[in-house]
Every structure is written in C-alpha cells, then in structure tokens.
Design a protein around this ligand. Sequence first.
Ligand SMILES: Cc1cc2nc3c(=O)[nH]c(=O)nc-3n(C[C@H](O)[C@H](O)[C@H](O)COP(=O)(O)OP(=O)(O)OC[C@H]3O[C@@H](n4cnc5c(N)ncnc54)[C@H](O)[C@@H]3O)c2cc1C
Length: 424
Amino acid sequence: MQATQHDVIVIGGGPGGATASAVLASKGRNVVVLEKDKFPRYHVGESLLPYCYFPLDRLGLIPKMKASHFPKKYSVQFVSMEGRLSVPFYFFQHWDHEAANTWQVLRSEFDQMLLDNSREKGAEVIEEITARELIWKDGAVVGVKAVTKSGEAREFHAPMTIDATGRDMFAISRNNWQVRDPYLNKIAIWTYYKDAMRDPGLDEGATTVAFVPDKGWFWYIPLPDGMTSVGVVAEKDYLYRDSRDLATIYQREVAAQPWIKEHVACGQQTGQYYVTGEFSYRSRHCSANGLVLTGDAFGFLDPVFSSGVFLALRGGELVADTVDAALTEGDTSAARFAEYGESMNKGIEAMRKLVYCFYNNNFSFKDFLMKNPTMKGDLTDCLIGNLYRDFDPMFEAMSEFADVPKPVPHGMPLVSEPALQTCP
Ligand SMILES: Cc1cc2nc3c(=O)[nH]c(=O)nc-3n(C[C@H](O)[C@H](O)[C@H](O)COP(=O)(O)OP(=O)(O)OC[C@H]3O[C@@H](n4cnc5c(N)ncnc54)[C@H](O)[C@@H]3O)c2cc1C
C-alpha cells in the first residue's frame, strides 16, 4: 500500500479545509488535502457575511471576488408572514468599510476558487479520495487511511490531522461526539428557480428572510445567471403535516407566503428538491492528540443568519495558525488546542444566542432596538460576523425579551479519556 509522510493532513476541501491548507502551505508546511468529490461540486450555503472579507483577504482572493459574477449583497431584509417587507438592513449604513458589501456565491465556483488557491499556495490536493479511518498510535492520531475512487487503498502519515469534512462529521461520527441542540432541530427543503423576480437597485442581491408560521422561514438568495436559491426551514412536524412528498410540501409553503409566491411566480423551478435535518450540533471535543476539528465538522448552527461559511473560513484560518505553532513547538497534544476551542465556541455562541432570540415568539429586533437604541452597533457586529468580542451587555438586555441560552459545556479538547478509536 502506498504511504506518504506530511506535516499536516486535511480531510475535506470545502471552505474550512481549503482555508486551513492554504494558510499552512503559505507557511511552508507540507500539507495534503484529501477531498472525496471532484470539484466543482454542488453545495448549499450561498449567502456570505461581510466579515468573510478578512479571511478572503488573507488568502489573497478579494480581487477574484470583485471580478466574479457573484451578485453583490448589500443587505438582509425581512418579510412578515403576510408578505410585508421591512426596511432592508444595509450593512454599509452601519459600517464604513468596503467589507460591508459582500456576495451571494455559487458554491461550486466559490469552493473551486478556494481549493485552487490552496493548490497555488503549495498544498497537495487529491480529489476523489475518501478518508475511511484515523490511524491511532499511543493515544494519538498519526495518520489517515483512505481509498481512491478506483478502490486503491492509501495511507497518509502526519503529526497533525485537521478534520474539515463538514456535515459528514468524520471524527464526530466515529467517536460518538455529536451533541445536538434540542431547541434548534428544524429541517430545510430547498430548490432553485431560473428568472425569478429581483428587487430593484441595491436590493437586487439582498438576502431575504420571509417568515412562515411557528417561526419557520424562507430564504431567498439571488445567484448568478438569473438563478435564485429558495428554501424553507421549519419544524419537521409542521412541514410533514399532510404529505411526505418534498415538492408538495415545498409548493404548499410557497403558496402560503405572499412575498415568496409573488417573487417565484415569473420564474421556472429547476432541478431537484433537496432536504436536510441535523440542523444544529457541536462536537463534544474540538481536538484529540494529533487531531483537530474545524468548520461544520466541529459544529453547525441553524443558517438563518448565514454564518456557516464565515465560521468555516475563520475557523480554517485559526486552526492553521494554531497547528503551525503546535508543530513549531513540537506539542500536538489535544490540550494545545484549548484556546482554539474556546475561540470557536465563542463565535458560535454569539450567533447561537441570536438564533434562539430569532425563534422566540416574544422577540422582535424592532422592539429590542426601540428599547435599547444604543445596542444597534452590537447587533450590527453580530449580524456582519464581528463575533469575537464581548456581547454580554447586549445579550443581558435581550434576555428581557427572550430566553438567551447559556454556553454549551462541550467543544473543548479530549484530555482525560483514552483514545476512543484504535487501529492496529
Ligand atoms: C440548508 C443549509 C443552508 C445554508 N445556508 C448558508 C448560507 O446561506 N450562508 C452560509 O454562510 N452558510 C450556510 N450554510 C452552512 C454552510 O453550507 C456550511 O457552514 C459550510 O459549507 C461549511 O464549510 P466546511 O468547509 O466546514 O464544510 P463543507 O463545505 O461541507 O466541506 C466539507 C468537504 O469535505 C468533504 N468530505 C466529507 N467527508 C469526507 C471524507 N471522508 N473524505 C474526504 N473528503 C470528505 C466533502 O466532500 C466536502 O467537500 C447552510 C447550510 C445548510 C445545511
């Protein structure tokens, strides 16, 4: 069997893995990326947050983003159940920086751009190879067993492995580390429209969040070439109440939401209907000896505020810097990643509190800001992705309107238990 030695193995070439590998390769590390698909490949998650600008800038990709055909996203707007549109929340009105204007991306192209960049920075990217198991030795991960599309078994050895496998949750699923969020247990059904309606002017590329009963919601995300991504998120029981057929359920919800109904009426539904559950979870651990988790492979949060890609890009950056320092110090123990885990948790927790408030029937951003006008800057920071700062005063004030959850106790390094998975 072919076996190769590296500084770092990255499993997964999505935004998290591509960012981590590009940063590590730029620092001169020998990095191999194992990606099971052949890019470009389809992926959901098209709306970026303004703070994506900073990791993209570090990767040197802002000129490519500016030259791309991705629609510009200047704002997010909310639509009531009756179809009434709120005044759009324009990021540039709250933040005087070119990063305030972001993009709606076709993930096949965006992810390809990130992975190409990783190659250009010097990472070895192998596509159509699936990581099958971790190789453990003396309580530490020392490599990965993988198999190519043609069935060839391969081994990769390295003192550090980064799990960036997204919602496939490579390490989580093999070690039983998944902890679901009991409150955020929705499902999503989505599809695409050609030539659906665009709002005029600056609002052409806006993300629209349109409410459905019981705090469910639609996303409406304009994409290149006249395509629009339109999805509905709600409780499983609500969506499946009178049918199991995805198209029937979806079209029933479209017909009941006046703004969405009007906007898709002139468009052509194209392609399949997609569905997913597993809406919010976190890993019990962010690291084991020789192993660290990032992006959706570490945790996933309900996408109502479009935080996933940002958390993957930022997590990719952060994990790369931490892994690089760990290799330099010769300490790749789980505990070395405690600060990384705290930082990841902090960002996710800020968004999670906001998501809980969003789903609380007693909460409205309008009422909250009427009573707390000085908190507009804090709320803006949260909504644009400036998550790594103190939001305690804002969430204290929000707790008068809604139950704001306490931080989850998990997501820290695996330091006390023996390795859960062994491999001869
Ligand atoms: C319904 C829905 C809507 C969303 N909307 C948004 C949105 O509007 N905005 C936003 O920012 N985020 C959104 N997200 C979240 C966003 O899609 C993710 O947070 C983001 O893709 C995470 O990036 P990642 O690199 O961690 O994982 P991924 O992008 O999933 O990449 C993981 C990669 O790992 C590969 N892989 C998996 N297992 C293996 C293996 N064993 N071996 C080798 N390779 C493997 C996969 O093929 C994949 O390419 C949404 C998510 C959902 C489910």
